[in-house]
Design a protein around this ligand. Structure first.
Ligand SMILES: *Cc1c(COP(=O)(O)O)cnc(C)c1O
Length: 377
């Protein structure tokens, strides 16, 4: 039996740059300086330059980045924030955590991103912001979204957690909205060896306020202007990220090659719909997510059957995400029902993410493909 193919292989990535990472981490360990410092400041500057904005503020996670963004824009009780019904829970969770109400929009069936043409109908006098999510690494159509936001005087917070390095019409994600929010969780395109996150912005005041909010609402020690949080990017993580940022474009290119090979190898198979990308977008392929046509009714789908069979044959696939946000238990009070967002609901039943990481070999990819073909026949 050959080895199981995992959805991601972080150990393999580490091995390709082990020496540089070891040196960077040891330097921090030996310095005796583990919180903040020049290593963190330097990474923030490098990340701002990479994204094409003036400011980047690091924090402890992508979730904190989103939370800090909402707080910096004074969004809270009585406000509404529009986002996709099909994303990781954190995107909506932070809206609730600041006391605002998440308002969901259905997705486009080809991009899996929120359908910009359906946003207008959701805007009310209470709407303060839109959070577009560049899901699986594919940028939202930001030009039309920004135009709409400007017309209605709404803030735009980009959830870039899965799309670090991605672009829309030549602009990096995180440089188009008022604030970009990034996650450095290990499986993201720029992942560290633990938790981490950052915001990006062109606005000096927003950056300054986020700096205060992430340090207990305090600019000057022991003087507190706001109720903030404690959210730091550890010095060790910043040192690791400085090394990895140098490889991000190369890794994203490798992901594009893997995606192209999947397209070629899986073309024209029955029951499958392949992810298409979008003209104008530079995809970062955090996930390669296919749809498996549903041949059954009820809770157990053909997708689930295929996933189980793949697993038995040593290929691990993932489901991002099985339950749309409007149908989550905790959001029953929002009054949504099954049937409200048909595209989201269909995709949640059919989506299946295949192994995808920069160092996936051709042999492994071929195994994924012939195993999948075998399961489908
Ligand atoms: C990973 C992710 C987050 C949260 O990032 P953490 O660093 O895990 O807190 C938010 N939104 C999306 C779309 C994500 O994929």
């Amino acid at each position: 039996m050959s080895k199981t193919i995992p959805p991601v292989n972080l150990k393999r990535q580490y091995e390709t740059i082990a020496q540089e990472l070891d040196t960077a981490v040891l330097e921090v360990l030996r310095s005796g300086h583990y919180i903040g410092g020049e290593v963190v400041t330097k990474f923030e500057q490098q990340f701002a330059d990479y994204t094409g904005v003036s400011y980047s503020v690091s924090c402890n996670s992508g979730t904190d980045a989103l939370y800090l963004a909402l707080r910096a824009l004074n969004i809270g009780e009585g406000d509404e924030v529009i986002t996709s019904a099909f994303t990781f829970f954190a995107t909506a969770e932070v809206i609730s955590r600041v006391g605002a109400k998440p308002v969901f929009v259905d997705i486009n069936s080809e991009t899996f991103n929120l359908d910009v043409s359906q946003i207008s109908a959701k805007i009310t006098a209470k709407t303060k912001a839109i959070i577009p999510v560049h899901l699986f690494g594919l940028a939202v159509k930001m030009d039309s979204l920004m135009e709409l936001a400007q017309k209605h005087n709404l803030f735009v917070i980009e959830d870039c957690a899965q799309a670090t390095g991605g672009e829309w019409q030549g602009k990096k994600v995180g440089s188009m909205g008022d604030i970009g929010c990034f996650s450095f969780f290990p499986t993201k395109n720029l992942g560290t060896c633990g938790d981490g996150g950052a915001i990006t912005t062109k606005d000096h005041e927003i950056a300054a306020k986020i700096r205060i909010l992430k340090e207990h609402g305090s600019k000057q020690r022991y003087h507190h202007e706001y109720i903030g949080i404690n959210s730091r990017l550890d010095t060790i993580q910043a040192a690791i990220l400085q090394v990895k940022l140098r490889y991000l474009d190369q890794w994203n290119n490798q992901r594009r090659e893997v995606a192209t090979r999947y397209h070629q190898l899986l073309n024209n198979l029955s029951y499958l719909t392949l992810p298409q990308g979008l003209k104008g977008a530079k995809h970062t392929w955090n996930q390669y997510s296919i749809l498996v046509e549903d041949l059954k009714s009820g809770d157990y789908t053909f997708r689930d059957e295929i996933r189980t069979k793949l697993l038995e044959k040593g290929v691990i696939s993932m489901i991002y995400y099985p339950i749309p946000l409007h149908l989550q238990e905790v959001y029953q009070n929002l009054g949504y029902h099954l049937g409200d967002f048909p595209v989201t609901e269909k995709v949640a039943r059919q989506v299946l993410s295949l192994p995808m990481f920069p160092d996936l070999t051709l042999e492994e990819q071929e195994k994924v493909v012939y195993t999948l073909k075998d399961c489908l026949s």
